[in-house]
Design a protein around this ligand. Structure first.
Ligand code: ZN
Length: 456
């Protein structure tokens, strides 16, 4: 089954490795008609495009150094009727230039009830009004300097879904955020009692650190959705209210973002990134509600073990952290808990040792890249990946609006071309019709792109 393949590159370095025409020939070879770029575009920000206190950030050196070639590349792509989308307008693409420090950042709740700010260029909070003002200014800059850009891809800010602590991604993906003044004010606006939300989060935090077999049984036997099962097991309804607040505030942010873009020009398209359906209840990204505002959704089919963002790595970090907090419980029970929370089960994995089989020892707890470790079993793709794809399509309600990101690693064990092939085969069999290929432009990955981008 062929899929409409979109292709994305994270920065502009790919332009150094090839001349423009052979690159565009390659895109045509895989029948790719849509390209997205993570690198910010070469332009001077115009202060009049910005409503808030921040008036744009200049393009990074990597963009400035290649400005002429970027422009030539875009012109050549447009002359072949390729459609161009920008990811580089996301505020985190200002990188470590100091801009994130001028936007209100997420504040994480700690077990002693103190708050810790996230110090990362990913650390800005979606609930700070300055964030959206800055973001829309960046989009306005691109729209007016490059009017042929068709649309924009949004990636975060999101609420986190990891419990591994501040040492992992600077806490940017930590479940227990945000409890800063940005979110206190948003909670008031949306009609929530912020004190209650904080109590719900604290109760969950303490519950996870003191699990017992009775609580686990309540979780396993609960017939409802994972957030309800979690709240019932912990004996705290305010956990559900807290997750509902995350969801309502992300809907509000995405609605305002999409409305702001359509007000610039109703023809501009907005794609909204998210995690997989297994993880979105914790991050606040409800795909069905967001589909009412976005042109399409981009749930990340990121599967690797170790590194950052991969599904196997997330299961491993949850199980390992729960084991550290609850050494009296059998690992098999902690895996059952994790699987109940995420709504899937990894085949042949009931212990941390089973997971470590899939990565070179020494890389499981690092964000470094390795090519070593056993591939995932075939039934992982045909069962878990296929289920996640069926769920995303069902939640969005229209397969044409579901365009997942695929990648082979963000550190951790790099997926093999065969695993990438199995991912796309399972996704296509589950009804996926289009995807955004964000894999490095390497021969094995490219062979897979060609295979799935063309008719059999
Ligand atoms: Zn906040």
């Amino acid at each position: 089954m062929a899929m409409d393949t979109w292709f994305m590159q994270g920065g502009w370095a790919f332009l150094d490795a090839s001349e423009i025409d052979p690159l565009l020939d390659k895109m045509e070879e895989a029948e790719i008609r849509h390209l997205a770029f993570g690198g910010p575009l070469p332009l001077a920000p115009e202060p009049r495009h910005y409503e808030g206190p921040l008036k744009g950030c200049p393009p990074p050196p990597a963009t400035r150094a290649r400005a002429a070639k970027i422009r030539s590349f875009l012109e050549a792509a447009w002359s072949r009727n390729l459609r161009i989308y920008s990811y580089g307008t996301n505020p985190h693409m200002c990188g470590d230039s100091g801009f994130y420090q001028r936007l209100p950042n997420k504040h994480l709740l700690q077990v002693d009830q103190s708050l810790v700010g996230v110090e990362s260029y990913w650390g800005a909070c979606a609930n700070a009004p300055e964030f959206l003002q800055f973001y829309l200014g960046r989009i306005r800059d691109v729209h007016l300097h490059f009017p042929r850009v068709e649309g924009f891809l949004n990636d975060g800010p999101e609420f986190g879904y990891e419990i591994a602590g501040l040492g992992y991604m600077d806490g940017n993906l930590d479940l227990f955020g945000c409890f800063g003044p940005c979110c206190a004010s948003k909670a008031r606006e949306l009609g929530y009692d912020f004190g209650d939300l904080k109590q719900g989060a604290l109760r969950l935090m303490n519950f996870l650190r003191a699990l017992d077999e009775g609580a686990l049984a309540r979780m396993f036997e609960h017939p409802g959705a994972p957030p309800d099962a979690l709240a019932a097991a912990a004996g705290e309804d305010r956990i559900v209210a807290w997750l509902r607040f995350k969801e309502d505030s992300i809907v509000s942010y995405v609605q305002q973002l999409c409305r702001g873009v359509k007000e610039m020009n109703s023809a501009l398209e907005m794609g909204i990134g998210s995690r997989l359906p297994a993880f979105v209840p914790l991050t606040g990204y409800d795909l069905g509600r967001l589909a009412q505002h976005a042109d399409f959704l981009l749930p990340k089919i990121y599967l690797w073990m170790g590194g950052v963002d991969g599904l196997y790595g997330t299961v491993y970090r949850w199980a390992r952290t729960l084991r550290d907090w609850n050494p009296h419980l059998r690992e098999e029970l902690l895996f059952r808990f994790t699987y109940r929370l995420f709504g899937f089960e990894l085949p042949q994995v009931q212990s941390l040792a089973d997971m470590l089989h899939h990565i070179e020892p020494g890389f499981a707890d690092s964000t470094a890249r390795t090519y070593l470790g056993a591939p995932f079993p075939a039934e992982f793709f045909t069962r878990v990946v296929a289920d996640q794809v069926r769920l995303m399509i069902a939640q969005v309600g229209d397969a044409g609006q579901v365009r997942p990101w695929t990648h082979v690693d963000h550190g951790g064990r790099v997926l093999t071309p065969d695993e990438l092939d199995r991912t796309l085969s399972a996704a296509a069999a589950a009804g996926l019709r289009t995807y955004l290929n964000y894999c490095p432009l390497e021969s094995g990955n490219w062979e897979v792109a060609i295979k799935h981008g063309k008719e059999d």
